[in-house]
Design a protein around this ligand. Structure first.
Ligand SMILES: NC(=O)c1ccc[n+]([C@@H]2O[C@H](COP(=O)([O-])OP(=O)(O)OC[C@H]3O[C@@H](n4cnc5c(N)ncnc54)[C@H](OP(=O)(O)O)[C@@H]3O)[C@@H](O)[C@H]2O)c1
Length: 229
């Protein structure tokens, strides 16, 4: 299976958890050294991991990632956890900030999901878990400075619904998780004062459970995750 954003935070915890559950996991993110470290921890724990440095917003890089994945046989699952958050007041949100945020969080998920979907169609089965955010959920309280981030996460939730609709006839299920505050570098940089109610391991544990459950009836769902405390 493939986990994006696997160099740290939720993606790294998910990669470790799915590997501990027996999957061979392909680790994708930009920082090759950090990916090597995560792969080392997984291997030391007896698991299988292959790091493939990838910028998910780069279509050619995503094509290279999934070419490597094809060499390992059937693709059972994809977890899209790659993401960026650059806070800025709306009036000061530059086109470059907007483009990068949408490019990684939404287009990156689209490119990875499309590549995985094509591989899974041929196999007649597959599972996709996308990480959105409570910031992308209608009627949750919004934090100022996150216009681009919020829009990208609304998009990921919509993308997941679209994949679920078209995936049904191919045996492909897709669900979205929308966590609140999780104790990661992203949160610590964005809001050092916020006390997170979730750990990366909490999210990873749920993903492992979802990947091991009958998902078809829930395909397209977005699951909000509030504090675990
Ligand atoms: N932490 C929270 O409170 C929270 C809440 C709700 C949702 N989320 C979502 O959860 C996901 C994981 O975030 P996190 O909290 O674990 O943050 P994090 O610790 O900052 O990790 C982000 C991951 O995304 C990767 N990434 C960033 N840009 C990338 C790119 N262009 N191509 C490939 N990988 C890229 C990073 O690796 P490289 O830098 O090595 O590329 C890193 O592995 C994100 O989608 C985030 O929006 C987080």
């Amino acid at each position: 299976m493939v986990v994006t954003g696997a160099s740290r935070g939720i993606g790294a915890a998910t990669a470790a958890a799915v590997a501990a559950a027996g999957a061979h996991v392909v680790l994708a993110a930009r920082d090759g050294q950090a990916l090597d470290r995560v792969a080392g921890w997984i291997k030391d724990a007896g698991g299988q991991a292959t790091p493939v440095p990838t910028d998910v917003s780069d279509e050619a890089a995503v094509a290279r990632l999934f070419a490597v994945v094809a060499g390992f046989g059937r693709l059972s699952a994809l977890v899209c956890a790659a993401g960026v958050l650059t806070p800025a007041p709306f009036a000061k949100t530059t086109s470059a900030m907007w483009g990068e945020t949408l490019g990684v969080n939404l287009t990156g998920a689209f490119l990875c999901c499309r590549a995985a979907f094509s591989a899974m169609m041929h196999a007649g089965e597959g599972r996709i878990v996308n990480i959105a955010s409570l910031s992308g959920v209608y009627a949750t309280e919004k934090v100022p400075g996150l216009a681009a981030y919020n829009v990208s996460k609304y998009g990921v939730i919509g993308l997941t619904e679209a994949i679920a609709v078209e995936g049904k006839v191919h045996g492909i299920s897709a669900v979205c998780l929308s966590p609140g505050a999780v104790d990661t570098e992203m949160l610590r940089r964005a809001n050092p004062a916020l006390r997170p109610g979730l750990t990366p391991d909490d999210v990873a544990e749920l993903i492992v459970a979802l990947l091991d459950s009958p998902l078809a009836a829930a395909s397209g769902a977005n699951i909000p995750l509030f504090s675990n405390a």
